[in-house]
Design a binder for this molecule. Sequence first.
Ligand code: WT7
Length: 566
Amino acid sequence: MSNIGLYDDKYKNFEWNDSAKELELHENEAKNIGYLCSDRICEKGFGQKLALIWEGFKGEVRRYTYDDIRLHSNAFAHYFTGLGLKPGDRICLFMDKIPELYISFLGVLKMGGIVQPLFSAFGEEALLTRIDDAKTSAILTTKKHAGKVRRILDKLPELKHIIIVDAEGELPGKNEKTYSMEKAPKVEHVDIYPVEPETPSVLHYTSGTTGKPKGALHVHSSIIAQYITAKWVLDLMLDDIYWCTADPGWVTGTSYGIIGPWSNGVTQAVYDIGFSTEKWYAFIERNRVTVWYSAPTAIRLLMKEGVEAVNKYDLSSLRHLISVGEPLNAEAVIWSEKAFGKPFHDSYWQTETGSIVITNFPGLKIKAGSMGKAFPGITATVVNQSTFEPITETGMVGLIALKPGWPSMFRTYWHNKEVYENKFKKGWYLCGDRASIDNEGYFWFVGRDDDVINTAGHLVGPFEIESALLEHQAVAESAAVGKPDPINMEVVKAFVALKPGFSPSSDLELDIINFIRKKLSPLAMPQEIEFVPSLPKTRSGKIMRRLLRAKEWGQEIGDTSTLEDE
Ligand code: WT7
């Protein structure tokens, strides 16, 4: 089954190699992502063009041209090499959305390192798990977040360098160094690590139902897919001002917050601030943002403030709107047409896919509530959950499955080949989501096929939450599930059965909440704890989270024996 031909002429007969050619890569050749996102753009004559317009939460503004990001990323690469860091070493970026985060990302890649971005809101336990798993050699962070690193340092013998990027002139602590991007001498030339297509580039951690978070490993040739999807789905053009609201701690913030826009030579605006309707609109107005990539949770929050809030600002610069991370409700699409005069276009993908795979891209008629169709070059279908054969019947729900082989697909889970291989059945990569396909080939998202909780577009694995709960002295067993929430789609709810000698009380609930707060990121924090005498289990003793979840969603549970040992 091929989707090509259903679309506009320019998509017909598309092959990934066409994208590689646009990047001037010969067959089976790769170039360093760091080079393609900075040096190459300068070579094209855009050295003086703005690459980054950055605004901080206090109103500070910093601007960087493509030549600036080239020189600063060279300097980072030079610095890392000088520290003795080697190609293949994992270098973690643990910062808020500051310019150093975006530019050091290219610096790590230029010296051949593997970038490990981690969301700066992560608590120390979340950080420890991921740094320990990746055996990370160095971490770049800021004074604000350094405390979390210091508290876990003793458990991380491999972590040799802690580099604080905003503590210039101050006395560093144990294993710590300071590096000021602004003050460091510019480096005109650095030996950019000569990569192969399969040279590892980025390691993004993501959560599953069982076990610890897994590191999805990407390679330098991923840019072939990120470049062309940014161009065709985000519709980026040379005179755009592009704003991606995602944090580079997550894959949207790297694939489409760094690699996509910069490999296209586009100016991007970054706002280091949390959600705020008024501030966001003012940011769009001030910077004349033309292309905006955001998420359903944010759109739902904007909807609450109504069209009145929109009308206070001049948002006429907006040309194209795209959404990702969770199902984009039909109401949100209709509302955005009313509010901005344009619909939000849905895009579906994952940490593992590395780039957008199913989407409403420009030129395709939008069906509000549908995710759209497979991107040219991607073969997507839904398969039967037991036979893994493609479902031919229109409208039947199955598992979203992709034919492996697109350039930005993850290459493995870090040191976890078994779990990686389990994601493939009968030659299909299974995304872990359920959907149906209508008679015109549009995909309609139904839900996840596992117990992972999607809160405000962030995946949270029940395992981490349950493990944290189990460490509390009163907790005998626990289960974390998603419960409905009007804004965040889902929030975490925990069920707890207590050990003998403990009885439920609001004091105990508070104590448990306080106990796990420092272990988990704010996203993963349960909004509610329900004490239960025991948890429903399958015959083999597996907790039936699905049953608990169904109750929260008011769904019919029906015959529970069908849930046994799924
Ligand atoms: C999971 C991936 C790369 C996107 C950022 C999150 C859900 C993603 C959609 C969408 C419905 C969506 C899926 C997917 N998801 N986009 N347009 N409609 N659900 O990356 O953390 O790896 O999460 O987010 O469940 O598998 P991620």
